[in-house]
Design a protein around this ligand. Structure first.
Ligand code: IMP
Ligand code: MG
Length: 182
């Protein structure tokens, strides 16, 4: 089953289908395969950024065949706005990442400020390596240079929901990616 309406409305904003569930699933499977290959000699630590990346993370991790650890971190910047507030809050559990290969799982990298902050917190814990897997990125909106090691899709500078991404906490359960109708 999947939830794929032709149009989805939140607070007078209309969202329409943009990337199908099938395309999303295929892209995630390819990322899993690549990570399995790249980390075959490691026991990586996956850090899932709540909440948006949870759907992506579950699909990704279902196909990971490595010994690994899975943790969550919390990074919040949008609230009920369509623009990144730049005011990023990070909560990292008491994690011991020293000498570990860390893979951050993120839903979308927009301005990059959130990931910059997450990276700076993680780097302080002396990991051996840090990689980023992001389902989506908006290169036209990038304000800081973030190297994305595993990327599903580059998308235009428009707001999207679905596959875990929300607007004002709604739309996460849409299958595939929906884009704001101009
Ligand atoms: P950044 O700090 O501007 O890179 O924003 C990153 C965070 O904002 C992401 O982790 C998302 O939670 C949220 N975000 C950015 N763009 C979108 C979007 O188009 N839809 C939903 N959430 C978004
Ligand atoms: Mg996020």
């Amino acid at each position: 089953m999947s939830f794929t309406p032709e149009r989805y409305q939140i607070n007078n904003l209309n969202f329409i289908p943009f990337i199908s569930k099938n395309e999303v699933d295929n892209a995630i499977l390819e990322i899993s395969k690549q990570i399995n290959f790249d980390y075959k000699n490691s026991t990586p630590v996956f850090l899932i950024t709540l909440k948006g990346a949870v759907f992506f993370a579950v699909k990704l991790l279902e196909n990971i065949n490595l010994n690994c650890e899975i943790h969550v971190i919390s990074a919040k910047s949008y609230g009920s706005q369509l623009e990144s507030s730049g005011n990023v809050m990070i909560k990292v559990e008491e994690l011991n990442l020293q000498n570990r290969d860390v893979i951050i799982i993120e839903d979308i990298i927009d301005t990059g400020y959130t990931m910059e902050k997450v990276l700076s917190v993680i780097q302080k814990t002396s990991p051996r390596s840090v990689a980023i897997a992001s389902l989506l990125a908006k290169p036209e909106k990038a304000c800081v240079d973030i190297k994305i090691d595993y990327l599903g899709f580059n998308i235009p500078a428009q707001f999207v929901i679905g596959s875990g991404l929300d607007f004002d906490e709604k739309g996460r359960n849409l299958s595939g990616i929906y884009i704001l109708e101009e």
